[in-house]
Design a protein around this ligand. Structure first.
Ligand SMILES: [Zn+2]
Length: 122
């Protein structure tokens, strides 16, 4: 493991985790229940068709955000685990060191830039 300051990254990861978790909680507060609930007994009976379409559209956007956020959350948890086992800062694919600049920008990064590009097909 390189001379990166694991404690500092642990701090950054923990803070980012809290921030994303708060955003997710907020998301859930704004959309309590599911689509099924809203079309159930609490459905707005005089709901205009256009309003329903808008709700669905917003919800799809939220789901996208939520999926991304939960993906990052799992990456953060994995990064915290790798700080604990001492493998943090190394690419999970090729084991080379991830450049510190990259870790500064994305402390939860699991791949070096080369492997990330390969994985994304660029
Ligand atoms: Zn790599």
């Amino acid at each position: 493991m390189s001379a990166i300051d694991a404690n500092r990254f642990r701090e950054a990861l923990t803070q980012e985790r809290q921030r994303i978790q708060a955003a997710l909680d907020n998301l859930h507060d704004e959309n309590p229940g599911s689509i099924t609930d809203e079309t159930g007994e609490d459905a707005v009976y005089d709901n205009h068709l256009a309003d329903t379409a808008t709700v669905t559209y917003d919800r799809e956007l939220d789901y996208t955000l939520e999926e991304n956020a939960e993906h990052v959350l799992s990456d953060i948890d994995s990064a915290l685990g790798r700080i604990d086992d001492g493998s943090y800062g190394n690419c999970t694919n090729c084991s080379r060191e991830i450049p510190p600049e990259r870790l500064e920008a994305r402390p939860w990064a699991t791949l070096c830039i080369e492997c990330q590009r390969t994985r994304e097909g660029r």
